[in-house]
Design a protein around this ligand. Structure first.
Ligand SMILES: Cc1cc2nc3c(=O)[nH]c(=O)nc-3n(C[C@H](O)[C@H](O)[C@H](O)COP(=O)(O)OP(=O)(O)OC[C@H]3O[C@@H](n4cnc5c(N)ncnc54)[C@H](O)[C@@H]3O)c2cc1C
Length: 395
């Protein structure tokens, strides 16, 4: 491994500082002013606004921070991404503008790691350029896969050298307007990932499932796969390895969510602090009241702890260490901590906190589902505890 000199280290830190500053400026100047409560749930307008922002992000030299340089990205390691994604995450539109929002971001990781050169040419390159979007389809209605992927009901069978997929997926983020889906389906040897074009006659987007979070590009789709025929080269990676690939994408995906949402919750608290510094009650500024002070202090504690946990995970990932255990603990803690922070921000701001006059209410609505997807808190706690007792791990 090539050694890094202190000078190179310091140059890299300087460049990261400048990049972080550039992302903050971009978010303040372009992303936040483009936010509009009327955009929430309007997937068509959201796409249009995002495309415009992506062009500006490219001009600003901050596009695709998560990708290697040879793929047009900024070549950042995980520790560096933590800082940039937090800045981008302050705005609902920041990460989509930089093209580092889910589900495209983890799909790019899958395609980079498992895609053949032909698949990368067809799917990854236009995805990177922001010409198309994608989605990742694993979850199914009962009795199919939810928290337990082992309950996967979508099947793929070999027929005349092709694969035929049948199944029902839902809550598939980004599905409306996606050019293709990475579909997880059961095969003889376990589960397999397939690249399915949205134009395939056997692939049908049934509806967009409206939810409490408003700024999801491409909404959350319900999809039917009915005798959906795909060729052999639609298999992503190796047949039978789908669960492994899904697990491998989840760790970086959930950590990236943590990074972006720390930014989002910080912004909610910034707004609440400004409110508390200006608003009077019974002859006192809100910020002089101990109960308000405690909520602000607890929020800073939550955010600080969240950043440290994310940073620790990121450093381990940069060192090539496994982070199964740490990323699960981090996801549980951060998803609950950022929710607490946003909830306190709402409380501090009184009625304004629940209105769409400020972004605080939407931030809270967006953070709530994070305790469910990428593994519900209860599931992570159960898995963590099982691993701890099985291995006799000391606290
Ligand atoms: C905003 C959002 C975006 C999403 N995007 C995608 C996407 O792009 N692609 C995709 O495939 N899926 C997506 N999902 C689906 C998500 O992955 C599932 O919601 C999640 O896996 C939980 O599955 P479920 O909803 O079926 O809940 P269930 O499995 O029915 O679980 C319900 C609740 O039961 C509890 N529970 C479950 N299992 C256990 C356990 N073992 N121990 C203790 N408690 C337990 C938890 O509290 C859990 O919240 C998204 C969901 C949301 C909300």
């Amino acid at each position: 491994m090539p050694t890094v000199t202190p000078q190179q280290d310091s140059d890299r830190a300087t460049r990261l500082g400048e990049l972080r500053e550039a992302v903050r400026r971009f978010v303040e100047t372009h992303a936040i002013p483009s936010e509009d409560p009327a955009l929430a749930h309007d997937v068509v307008r959201l796409d249009r606004v995002t495309r415009g922002l992506q062009a500006r992000a490219r001009e600003a030299g901050i596009y695709a921070p998560h990708l290697p340089r040879e793929h047009g990205g900024l070549g950042l390691n995980w520790s560096e991404r933590a800082q940039v994604l937090e800045e981008a995450g302050r705005s609902f539109l920041g990460a989509p503008a930089l093209n580092c929002a889910p589900p495209d971001q983890p799909n790019m990781i899958n395609l980079l790691q498992q895609g053949t050169p032909a698949q990368q040419q067809k799917y990854l390159m236009p995805l990177i350029r922001g010409e198309i979007r994608s989605c990742f389809a694993m979850t199914e209605p009962a009795p199919g896969a939810g928290s337990d992927p082992g309950m996967l009901r979508t099947v793929a069978e070999r027929v005349n050298g092709n694969w035929v997929l049948n199944g029902h997926k839902w809550f598939i983020s980004g599905a409306v307007g996606a050019a293709f889906a990475i579909v997880l389906a059961r095969t003889d040897d376990g589960a397999t990932m397939f690249l399915v074009d949205a134009g395939n006659p056997g692939y049908r987007l049934v509806r967009n499932i409206a939810g409490m979070d408003g700024y999801q590009i491409g909404g959350h789709g319900e999809i039917l796969l009915e005798r959906c025929v795909v060729p052999d080269d639609a298999v992503l990676g190796l047949p039978g390895k789908g669960f492994d690939y899904a697990q491998a994408r989840l760790e970086p995906a959930r950590l990236s969510h943590c990074m972006r949402f720390i930014g989002r919750a910080s912004r909610a608290m910034e707004i609440a602090q400004r409110y508390a510094a200006q608003r009077d009650s019974f002859g006192q500024r809100l910020c002089e009241l101990q109960q308000i002070q405690a909520m602000v202090a607890d929020s800073h504690i939550d955010l600080h702890a969240s950043r440290l946990m994310v940073r620790d995970c990121a450093m381990r990932m940069d060192a090539g260490e496994p982070v199964k255990h740490e990323s699960a603990m981090t996801k549980v803690f951060v998803s609950e901590a950022v929710w607490r922070v946003a909830d306190r921000a709402v409380q501090i701001m009184g009625a304004q906190g629940i209105s769409d006059d400020t972004p605080v209410s939407m931030i809270q609505r967006e953070l709530r589902p994070f305790r469910i997807y990428d593994g519900a808190s209860e599931l992570h706690r159960a898995t963590l505890a099982r691993r701890i007792f099985k291995s006799g791990m000391r606290p």
